[in-house]
Ligand binder design. Structure first.
Ligand SMILES: [Zn+2]
Ligand SMILES: [Zn+2]
Length: 150
């Protein structure tokens, strides 16, 4: 039984990789604690955490989005094909949109129109909430990977 598990583990990534992932989970765990405390504070003062209120993406985050060659497929905002020669913008979640479509969108909200990936915002309370959810998801994924390999 133990041998079989070890073999299965070897197929799914090396021992060093697993150890690195565990160390990382521990490091992330510390931040989760910190952010969780922050989050409680924020929800106490604002009652805003977890609400669906739309907040604009941070200007710095929008400005740093990369321009990419449209690689086929459509723009989810306008539904049109990505024509060649027309600058497209790639969000960190790898979804691609026309610049002219995504800029007005990100002035209204900070989420990807396709998958609701969240971009940073200039709103401190929203940032704490966003980081919290990001860390919680990351920590959960790391824990899941760890458990699967045990
Ligand atoms: Zn478009
Ligand atoms: Zn997306």
């Amino acid at each position: 039984m133990g041998v079989r598990l070890r073999l299965a583990g070897r197929n799914g990534g090396g021992r060093a990789e697993r150890a690195a992932r565990r160390r990382w989970a521990v490091a992330v765990g510390r931040h989760v604690d910190l952010v969780a405390r922050c989050r409680r504070l924020v929800s106490a003062v604002s009652g805003k955490v977890g609400s669906e209120a739309a907040v604009a993406a941070s200007a710095a985050a929008v400005v740093s989005l990369p321009s990419v060659e449209p690689g086929g497929g459509g723009c989810a905002v306008c539904g049109e094909e990505m024509a060649e020669g027309r600058d497209a913008c790639e969000l960190p979640c790898r979804h691609v949109f026309h610049w002219g479509c995504i800029l007005p969108w990100l002035r209204e909200r900070n989420t990807c129109p396709c998958c609701r990936f969240e971009l940073p915002t200039d709103d401190v309370l929203c940032e704490v909430d966003r980081l919290w959810r990001l860390l919680a998801a990351t920590a959960a994924a790391a824990r899941g990977a760890d458990l699967r390999h045990r």
